[in-house]
Write a protein that binds this ligand. Structure first.
Ligand code: IPD
Ligand code: CA
Ligand code: CA
Length: 264
């Protein structure tokens, strides 16, 4: 198997396992899940743990001996030579409030670079996947970022950290800067899905500050493969654990950088 075929195989397996985890999420969404608090507002449900166990076990079966990092159980370093990184339930707050928008995200990374991955939104039965050099795909169809170049016709999306204590002014400043310069701003509650929607051209601009590798690894790859651009707020590289991330359809990146920096 050449390198490309290897990445493709990993993307297909990530997709298959995301579908299995999605089935569990869908089933539990209709039932009840015990909720615990990790912080004042940051919660976790028994479904987060169950989904992570499923993803970890299925990956271990398909790729014995390979390293794994999950949001709930931790594990290997995000920049290990080869590691699977998973968010078993992205959008836990939505899930706990019975808002039908959340996902499971699985990515395979080589030394901090995502090379294959999948994100699945089980309520809409919406599967995104891609691999390095092989494009980004949604339910069997190739996807691309939007061709919008007019910020006033661009739809933006963002997310907020669980604990905004030390960044509230900057956060509100960015929101205040973006709202009047774009068609609108959304906050949907699943960073992995926000990134998929940039890759598929539904949204044009996304930013968020305190992100973790499991939130963004798969989406990062999909956006790159779909023709988008991802940087930090200064226009420099945005590593998987870099915290701040601005993702756009590329055309809007320079103006989006200005909007994001404008507040300060
Ligand atoms: C959260 C969601 C949310 C984003 C937060 C994430 P979780 O992940 O992706 O959209 O704004 O920064 O922590 O906790 O639901 O897995
Ligand atoms: Ca998450
Ligand atoms: Ca999560």
């Amino acid at each position: 198997m050449n390198i490309q075929d290897g990445y493709r195989f990993r993307a297909m397996m990530a997709g298959r396992i995301a579908l299995l985890a999605g089935k569990l999420l869908r089933r539990n969404f209709e039932g009840t899940s015990r909720i615990e608090f990790k912080g004042t507002t940051d919660l976790v449900t028994e479904t987060d743990y169950a989904s992570e166990a499923l993803v970890r076990d299925e990956l271990a079966r398909a790729f014995p001996g390979e390293q794994f990092m999950g949001e709930e159980g931790g594990g290997a370093a995000f920049d290990a030579d080869l590691v699977w990184i998973a968010d078993p339930l992205d959008g836990t707050t939505n899930f706990a409030h019975r808002i039908p928008h959340f996902s499971v995200s699985i990515a395979c990374c080589e030394r901090g670079e995502p090379v294959a991955g999948a994100v699945y939104q089980p309520i809409n039965d919406d599967l995104f996947y891609g691999w390095k050099g092989g494009g980004a795909w949604r339910n069997g169809k190739r996807i691309h970022v939007s061709t919008q170049s007019d910020p006033m016709k661009a739809l933006a999306v963002t997310g907020f950290p669980y604990d905004p204590t030390n960044c509230l002014d900057a956060l509100v400043g960015r929101v205040r800067s973006v709202i009047p310069r774009t068609q609108g701003l959304r906050r949907l509650g699943s960073a992995a899905m926000d990134l998929c929607y940039i890759a598929a051209g539904l949204f044009d601009i996304y930013w968020e500050t305190t992100l973790k590798p499991w939130d963004v690894a798969a989406g990062f790859l999909l956006i790159r493969e779909a023709g988008g651009t991802i940087t930090n707020y200064s226009g420099g590289p945005a590593p998987l654990n870099g915290g701040e991330m601005l993702a756009t359809n590329t055309l809007l990146h320079p103006i989006a950088l200005q909007m994001i920096q404008y507040h300060s």
